[in-house]
Structures are given as structure tokens and as C-alpha cells.
Design a protein around this ligand. Structure first.
Ligand code: GDP
Ligand code: K
Ligand code: MG
Length: 294
């Protein structure tokens, strides 16, 4: 009888190094939203890859940042717990980057008993000699880590990383049903798809003042009917989100609907509303409502 392996792999690193891109490449589904802006990923998201004799539960975390307001503090709680509950840690840096912003966290990473794979990402953007310099630098910084130069975007070395993860996993039965690919409910992906388009289409601070909540998710035989609310902090932001005669909001709706149709494999009817909800970012009660309290 062959051995069954299963375990938890946490992907950590600074904002924008490519953590969500890697997780999606590993899983082959667009579970985690990706944009070029920092703080795109606010929650921890599980992505599950199963085979006949293995199950890997990946967790994509928000980037490591110094908390500036309440929301960021609870984002950092996710990151810290990611160091404690993993079987394998994937620490991602991008080529050219030097050292974590959070020294305390970096020390913890250096002294952990959990195996660490250091992925040097975005090597598609660098020259060979720069790559060598970086590998030397990181070998000094984290002597116990195994270093893999990769390109998450171009799928270079991703397969090799996955194979190594499988070797490092403990013998264990599966934790989740084999056909499950994520722990998040469908509504979560609606919220994230809408939020991704807002991050892409609006400038400056607008995206960071926004939260999305799906109020209705009705799956019928050949269509899914969704109603979602975009919460902003001020009336002026509401106007910007909606745009001239609703044109800006319409653009968000069309783009998000396309993504959701390919994600769910079904026609989607998406209705978006904008509501003003003052100070959602700093209120404890509101944060709990949006699921940031664990
Ligand atoms: P995260 O904040 O660490 O989750 O980073 P994301 O996965 O959201 O990626 C941030 C940006 O880096 C996006 O614009 C990605 O397309 C880009 N990116 C990710 N991986 C690579 C890579 O291997 N090469 C290049 N050139 N860009 C990448
Ligand atoms: K990002
Ligand atoms: Mg991310």
C-alpha cells in the first residue's frame, strides 16, 4: 500500500512579490486576486491540491507590513499565525529585494524548525549575474532555507517547487474532501472579484476605503443571480465609484461578471450597489462582520 501524505503550506513574504500568483499557478484556479497594488490580499485564503496519495493545503497570506491602522493589525495576525501552523513554509522574495521590513518576524523565520523554501521570484525580469548575487545574499541571510529561483508568472520552476513540497509533507490522511479546492464560500469569491476590479480601475486611496459584501447569491439551473454592495467611507467616494451616469460602476460590474462566469462555469447576473458606511476600517464591530477577527 502506498503512503498518503498531507499537510499545510503557508506562503509568506512582502507585499507584491507574487505570492498570490504562485498559489494560483500551483492550484490552477484563480482563487486569489492579483493586482500590482500592495494589500490586495486581506484575508488568508486556502487553496487545496489533491492527488490519489497526497493533499497539499496552501495558504496565501497578506504581505508583511507594519500595521498602521486596525485593519492592518488584524492582517498581521494572519501572517504571524502562518508561521506557527505550517508543515512547510514558503518564503517568497522578489529579485532585487533585500530583507523583510519586520525584523522580529525575520528572526522567527531564521530560527523556525519548520522547513523553509525560499523562492526568489520574478527571475524573468533579471540578468544571470544579478540572480547569482541574490542567491549568495539569501544563503547568508537564511542558511537553513532551500533556495529556488522561480517565475510564478511564467511557471518556471513551479513544478519543481511543488515536487519538493510533496517530499517534505508528513505522512497523514487528507484533511478535506478530495474534490474541495478552497475553504472559502462562494460569496467570498464574489467579494474578491469585485474588489479586484476596483483596485484595477480606481486611483489612489479609493480601493483601500472599499469593502464588498455579497448580500444575495442565488444559484439557479442555468444562471447565478448575485447582489453585492460596495461599502465606502464617504459620500465623495460613492460618487467616484459610481462615476458619470453610472459608467464607472458599470465597468466594474462587467469585468467582475466575466471573471465570475469563468470561475463558476455558469452565466452570472451581477447587481452592484454602493453604500456609505463611515469608518469601517477602524471599527472593531465592522471588522468582525467582514471576517477579519480570526
Ligand atoms: P502578492 O502581493 O505577493 O500576492 O503579489 P501578486 O501575486 O498579487 O503579484 C504582484 C504583481 O507581481 C502582479 O502584477 C503580478 O503579475 C506580478 N508578478 C508575480 N509573479 C511574477 C513573476 O514571476 N514575474 C513577473 N515579471 N511579475 C510577476
Ligand atoms: K498584490
Ligand atoms: Mg496577494
Amino acid at each position: 500500500m502506498s503512503v498518503h501524505k498531507a499537510g499545510f503550506v503557508n506562503i509568506i513574504g512582502n507585499p507584491n512579490v507574487g505570492k498570490s500568483t504562485l498559489m494560483n499557478a500551483l492550484i490552477g484556479e484563480k482563487l486569489s486576486i492579483i493586482t500590482s497594488k500592495a494589500q490586495t490580499t486581506r484575508h488568508r485564503i486556502f487553496g487545496i491540491v489533491s492527488g490519489d496519495d497526497f493533499q497539499v493545503v496552501f495558504s496565501d497570506t497578506p504581505g508583511i507590513i507594519k500595521p498602521a491602522y486596525r485593519l492592518q493589525e488584524s492582517m498581521m495576525d494572519f501572517v504571524r499565525s502562518a508561521l506557527d501552523d505550517a508543515d512547510v513554509l514558503v518564503y517568497m522574495v522578489e529579485i532585487g529585494e533585500k530583507q523583510l521590513k519586520d525584523e522580529h518576524f525575520f528572526n522567527k523565520l531564521r530560527h523556525t524548525d519548520i522547513p523553509v523554501l525560499l523562492l526568489l521570484n520574478k527571475i524573468d525580469t533579471s540578468a544571470q549575474d544579478e540572480l547569482e548575487t541574490q542567491v549568495t545574499y539569501w544563503k547568508e541571510q537564511l542558511p537553513d532555507a532551500e533556495i529556488y529561483p522561480i517565475s510564478a508568472l511564467q511557471n518556471f520552476n513551479v513544478r519543481e517547487v511543488f515536487a519538493r513540497i510533496l517530499e517534505l509533507l508528513p505522512e497523514s490522511p487528507a484533511f478535506y474532501p478530495k474534490d474541495m479546492i478552497t475553504d472559502k464560500p462562494e460569496r467570498f469569491f464574489v467579494n474578491e472579484a469585485v474588489r479586484e476590479k476596483i483596485l484595477l480601475f480606481y486611483k489612489k486611496e479609493i480601493p483601500y476605503s472599499v469593502e464588498v459584501e455579497t448580500e444575495e447569491f442565488l444559484e439557479e439551473d442555468d444562471i447565478i443571480r448575485i447582489r453585492a454592495v460596495i461599502m465606502v467611507e464617504r459620500d465623495s467616494q460613492k460618487g467616484i465609484i459610481i462615476g458619470h451616469r453610472g459608467s464607472a460602476l458599470k465597468r466594474v460590474g462587467i469585468a467582475a461578471r466575466k471573471d465570475l462566469e469563468s470561475f463558476f462555469g455558469k452565466q452570472v447576473h451581477l447587481e452592484l450597489f454602493v453604500k456609505v458606511n463611515k469608518d469601517w476600517r477602524s471599527s472593531e464591530r465592522q471588522l468582525r462582520r467582514f471576517g477579519y477577527d480570526h
